[in-house]
Design a protein around this ligand. Structure first.
Ligand code: MEV
Length: 428
């Protein structure tokens, strides 16, 4: 089979200067002049806003934001902003997304937008009776929860159900109540924590048991985002590459040492979008890694197999607690504009795009690892960074980097020597 031209209506940003790229992205995403002007300022958060976000704020840290293009997600053309300091990640997403377009792009789904809040009850002599007493109060608990957030109720969210678990601990049995709350477009941490704090005192009244922790669970397994995509062998370098990617996956799935690195690669894409959109990277990361270990062994978050037609199929499923309202998503002006680039109108839509990014990022890493190795792509950028470190500016950066690669010696000493040679040539 011959590779088809991998068509996309999206601009190819490679080669353009950052300002030109920004205008191409703005035109594609329909950003306003104000939004575009905002992104043109690299340090685009005012001190006064940052000061309200955390305590003892003294400065802000700028991270590059690249835009991955060429994603076809559920039939929609999608561009994705990635806030990340590491080279190759944006290229992996872009290249891998383009390569699965001939087979239809990426298909996504979501299990729901339900978050879990936990209330821990300690020193419970009669855990089974306590569990039953709590289950009998389900409707009252639901009413207490819904009274905490009328806005969420108006948005179609709110209390969905309870679960009561008895867990054995080194300190004896504990009863744990889970509140299942549909938080819709909010990530929901504040909402469900408020509800847990409202319900806890009533549990004491009803059961006599002592509530202790009242906090959400970041193992958001009622909020699973899923993505799958197909790559034809002709578009990825042939059947040998396809089979090597499956073997690489099998390695990750069998060995926690490899699985950790494999999943780190997936999170390179995922955390970068989570950060760019002002969401909580730690929440998503904790949920992802816990989900990867749900069988009792830490495994790959993705699965790779060959379908009946001989194509490579990748799938991913992981908790994705992200929101569009509340928190930094709203307060950080840059996050708001970057979110607009994704085109996501709901938290579910954003979560699905993020799962798609995780999957294609994993494809990109496995493709590189099973073919040229990872260093080839990294080296050019790494060499540029070393050249900058050595004092190169302007066109010297690329020239010094290229020369270091040619000399197979990428370090600050070599960069300084090449810079000095270039300066003396200019002086002649
Ligand atoms: C590097 O940041 C990520 C990779 O190590 C991922 C992987 O090994 O799958 C390349």
């Amino acid at each position: 089979m011959q590779p088809e031209t991998i068509k996309t209506q999206q601009p190819d940003l490679t080669g353009a200067a950052p300002a030109a790229r920004l205008h191409q992205v703005a035109a594609f995403a329909g950003l306003s002049a104000d939004q575009t002007a905002h992104l043109a300022q690299p340090s685009n958060i005012e001190r006064s806003i940052a000061d309200h976000m955390i305590e003892n704020m003294v400065t802000t840290l700028a991270i590059p934001v690249g835009v991955a293009t060429g994603l076809l997600v559920d039939g929609q053309e999608v561009m994705v902003p990635l806030a990340i300091e590491e080279t190759s990640i944006v290229s992996f997403v872009t290249d891998s997304a383009r390569k699965c377009r001939p087979a239809g792009g990426i298909t996504t789904s979501m299990s729901g937008t339900v978050m879990i809040a936990q209330i821990q009850l300690v020193h419970v002599p009669d855990p089974y009776r306590t569990r039953t007493l709590i289950l009998e109060r389900r409707d009252e608990i639901g009413a207490l929860c819904d009274a905490c957030d009328p806005t969420l109720l108006r948005m179609g969210g709110g209390f969905r159900d309870i679960e009561v678990r008895i867990i054995d601990t080194a300190a004896g049995p504990m009863v744990v109540l889970h509140l299942l709350i549909d938080t819709r477009d909010a990530m929901g941490a504040n909402t469900v924590n408020t509800m847990a704090e409202a319900v806890a005192p009533r549990l004491k009244e009803w059961t006599g048991a002592q509530p202790l922790l009242r906090i959400l669970s970041n193992l958001a397994d009622r909020r699973l985002a899923r993505a799958h995509a197909t790559w034809r062998p002709a578009d990825i370098g042939g059947e040998a590459v396809r089979d090597a990617i499956v073997l690489a996956y099998r390695f990750a799935d069998a060995d926690p040492y490899r699985a950790t690195t494999n999943n780190k690669g997936i999170m390179n894409g995922i955390s970068a979008v989570v950060l760019a959109t002002g969401n909580d990277t730690r929440a998503v990361e904790a949920g992802a890694h816990a989900y990867a270990a749900r069988s009792g062994r830490y495994r790959s978050l993705s699965q790779w197999e060959v379908d009946a037609e001989g194509n490579l199929c990748g799938s991913i499923e992981l908790p994705m607690a992200v929101g569009l309202v509340g928190g930094a998503t709203r307060t950080h002006p840059t996050a708001r504009v970057l979110l607009a680039i994704t085109g996501a109108k709901t938290a579910e839509g954003l979560a699905r795009i993020i799962a798609a990014v995780g999957l294609v990022q994993n494809f990109g890493a496995l493709h590189a690892l099973t073919t040229d190795g990872i260093q080839k792509g990294h080296m050019a950028r790494h060499a540029s960074n070393v050249a900058i470190d050595a004092g190169a500016v302007g066109e010297d950066v690329a020239q010094v980097a290229q020369e270091m690669i040619a000399r197979r010696s990428i370090n600050v000493e070599t960069a300084k020597a090449i810079l000095a040679e270039r300066q003396s040539q200019r002086a002649d």
